[in-house]
Ligand binder design. Structure first.
Ligand code: DLL
Length: 434
């Protein structure tokens, strides 16, 4: 597989650390001088740009939280002149005030480079045709992939999200070789293709870059077999840049973190203590090369751990494990903690289930948490005798109980009854009122 930026991606640890320190110092200087919010925050913690003499000193910088991003909406974290901006992206704002990423020309240049690295990890070269099914617009997915593919010189089909029939027609007519969209949408495409009698084995599609929402290892197995491709996990968030923070190479053993641009730490979400490599916790990221909206020690709420062993691909960067959940999507069901991704893993390995499910949490008449998992089952199972359905229901219930310790009501539903999403799938419906 091609390595896009060998000098950076395969750099020695020593030279990378040197680069990180220089860039960290520059970023702290920048926000101290230009962003009153950060100057106050740093001064409050007794930090000035001179404090940062080694990478270890990053621990002296206070965390930045999502709430602070919301309080400073829309331009409060800008570290450049408004006239230097060339683009703005925001999150959808469905859970509150949107968060903002503002980009200068240099930011877009860096984004194009990290996205070229990302797509190259899935085998993309200038000879490929990229069907970009991420939404174009204020969402970062569409344009992020677009810039990376442009940098590589690949041929782009900027179809954006949705319009499933047209996606399939375009894919077939123009011979797409690489697909980018959310993992849940790729399965929706597979389902629609099946209905139209399209066989993926007869198409030139060979790989896909999927992210923007949680998905499990078992879901990868489904995607790879249904679309007959190699499926790669890609990670990023609007606040830092969008996609391009980390991505999987052909070995698919954690995502290579673009450490020269983003500095990762893992903390205990309760105490804020920095955890050693290999320990699970909340990912905290410091932007090292941003000009528009550089964030210091941003608490992502995403849970993962760092993997520093060497990867056979030759890249030397630290990797993050596939995301394990978010600190804010952990469900506490009658006192038992569990993440939707753990439920997905159990569901997907049981034969007869489909990768379409929804988790409904409610409080019954007894005021105790009740969890219902609605999961689609294969056509054949659904039309089968009731006994087989009952057995499947029991099996799911037992495995969830023994593996996760939760007692769930299982509702098996017919194929195509759970709403499909063109972007991020909504897996949890929490009807509890406190
Ligand atoms: O989802 C950026 C993106 C676009 C990433 C396209 C990958 C591909 P936001 O809308 O700001 O940005 O959402 C960021 O989505 O904090 C994670 O919780 C989640 N997320 C992103 N990638 C993954 C992934 C884009 N590979 C939030 N696995 C992040 C699990 C992911 N969750």
């Amino acid at each position: 597989m091609p390595i896009w930026n060998k000098e950076i991606e395969c750099a020695s640890h020593e030279s990378r650390r040197k680069l990180q320190l220089e860039r960290l110092q520059k970023t702290v200087e920048r926000v101290y001088a230009r962003v009153p919010f950060y100057r106050n925050k740093l001064e409050g913690a007794g930090v000035t740009p001179d404090t940062i003499a080694s990478l270890k000193d990053i621990a002296k910088i206070p965390f930045t939280t999502k709430d602070e991003l919301r309080q400073t909406y829309p331009y409060g974290l800008l570290a450049c002149d408004r006239s230097e901006l060339v683009e703005i992206h925001t999150s959808s704002g469905t859970t509150g005030t949107p968060v903002v990423g503002a980009y200068t020309e240099a930011d877009i240049d860096m984004w194009s480079d990290v996205m070229a690295r990302t797509l190259s990890m899935a085998g993309c070269t200038k000879d490929d045709t990229v069907q970009n099914g991420y939404g174009y617009g204020l969402f970062t997915g569409g344009l992020g992939v677009h810039y990376g593919a442009r940098r590589i010189g690949a041929n782009i089909l900027p179809i954006s999200s949705g319009n499933t029939r047209r996606q399939l027609k375009v894919m077939r007519d123009f011979g797409a070789t690489l697909l980018t969209c959310t993992p849940s949408y790729s399965l929706f495409l597979a389902e629609a293709a099946h209905e139209e009698g399209i066989d993926f084995r007869e198409l030139p599609l060979k790989a896909g870059c999927f992210g923007a929402e949680p998905w499990s290892e078992n879901m990868r197995v489904e995607i790879e077999s249904k679309l007959d491709i190699s499926a790669h996990d890609i990670y990023g968030l609007t606040e830092l840049i969008g996609p391009g923070v980390a991505a999987e190479c052909e070995h698919k053993n954690g995502q290579h973190f673009n450490e020269d641009c983003f500095y990762p730490e893992i903390i205990d979400p309760h105490t804020g203590e920095v955890l050693p490599d290999g320990e699970k916790g909340e990912l905290v990221i410091t932007a090292l090369r941003r000009e528009g909206t550089p964030l210091l020690r941003y608490r992502t709420r995403d849970i993962t751990y760092l993997m520093r062993d060497t990867c056979a691909c030759g890249r030397t960067s630290v990797r993050i494990h596939r995301l394990l959940g978010r600190t804010d999507d952990m469900m506490i069901i009658r006192g038992v903690n569990c993440f939707p991704s753990q439920i997905e893993n159990v569901l997907m390995r049981i034969e007869g289930t489909q990768p379409h499910y929804q988790i409904v949490i409610d409080r019954g008449a007894t005021h105790l948490d009740e969890i219902e998992i609605q999961v689609e089952v294969e056509e054949a199972v659904f039309s089968d005798v009731t006994r087989a359905m009952e057995q499947l229901r029991q099996r799911i219930r037992n495995e969830l109980k023994s593996e996760l310790g939760i007692m769930a009501n299982i509702k098996l539903v017919e194929p195509r009854t759970i709403a499909r999403s063109e972007g991020k799938a909504q897996r949890i419906i929490d009807r509890r009122t406190i």
